[in-house]
Design a protein around this ligand. Structure first.
Ligand SMILES: C[S@@+](CC[C@H](N)C(=O)[O-])C[C@H]1O[C@@H](n2cnc3c(N)ncnc32)[C@H](O)[C@@H]1O
Length: 229
């Protein structure tokens, strides 16, 4: 069996997957995450799902090379709804925009179960995803932060409480306060990078004569960053 290596972004997603899980990777593309988890013997079975055929062909080749054909199933499907009733315990939706991830979750009501875990790695609009999750009755169990190819990433581990609620701007933009965890430095670096990208976008809008209230959000970042320095 081939030795599978994955980058820190996918490693942080892998760390949230529960041992012995029946796992589904939505938008699997190359299939690296499930191939890694199966190769390591961490999960029982994997569904590799993608809305496009090209990615599934790549995933299929990687599964074949790793000798894992018996332990997984490939699915050509939009989102996660087609996995209802298949006994999946842990779902990953990684490497997509926060809005698309939120939309995929909203269209798959079977995910709203206390025994289901979601592992989400949004590339953008993290605040939109956090708000959408809480409105649907999900909550964030934890987040982890990584750097790959010089870029900063966040990965969310999510459970279902069944109590929909609105969250503060602070929770939406900054995520949970993790001051007393090992991820402290990585989180600080993530906050600084995210603050810079929000400030850059705000400056561009301001030059165009548009004011979108980003100052309030930037002040939130400054407050949290100061707390962590
Ligand atoms: C950038 S790749 C991310 C691959 C991998 N999950 C990762 O994080 O490295 C995004 C993948 O999501 C797939 N995708 C986009 N929208 C989707 C949807 N609605 N349902 C399932 N897959 C989708 C794309 O075809 C593509 O293969």
């Amino acid at each position: 069996m081939a030795n599978i290596q994955i980058d820190p972004r996918l490693l942080s997603a892998a760390s949230f997957v529960r041992a012995g899980a029946v796992f589904a990777d939505i938008g699997t593309d190359h299939g690296y995450l499930p191939v890694f988890l199966l190769s390591e013997g961490r999960i029982k079975f994997a569904f590799l799902s993608d809305v496009n055929e090209g990615p599934l062909e790549k995933a299929s080749e990687n599964i074949r090379r790793a000798g894992l054909r018996e332990k997984c199933e490939l699915l050509l499907a939009d989102g996660a709804a087609s996995l209802a009733g298949r006994g999946v315990t842990d779902y990953a939706i990684c490497g997509m925009g926060g809005e698309l991830i939120a939309d995929i979750i909203a269209r798959a009501p079977h995910l709203a179960e206390p025994c289901v875990r979601l592992i989400l790695q949004p590339m953008s609009r993290q605040e939109h995803l956090r708000r959408a999750l809480y409105r649907l009755g999900f909550f964030i169990l934890g987040e982890s932060y990584s750097v790959a190819d010089g870029k900063r990433y966040v990965c969310m581990c999510v459970g279902f409480s069944g109590t929909p609620c609105e969250i503060s701007d602070s929770l939406a933009y900054l995520g949970p306060d993790i001051l007393h965890t090992d991820d402290r430095d990585a989180y600080l670096a993530y906050l600084v990078a995210k603050r810079e990208s929000i400030a850059r976008a705000a400056a561009a809008r301001s030059e165009a004569g548009l004011d979108d209230g980003s100052e309030k959000i930037i002040a939130l970042f400054d407050g949290r960053i100061k707390q962590y320095l």
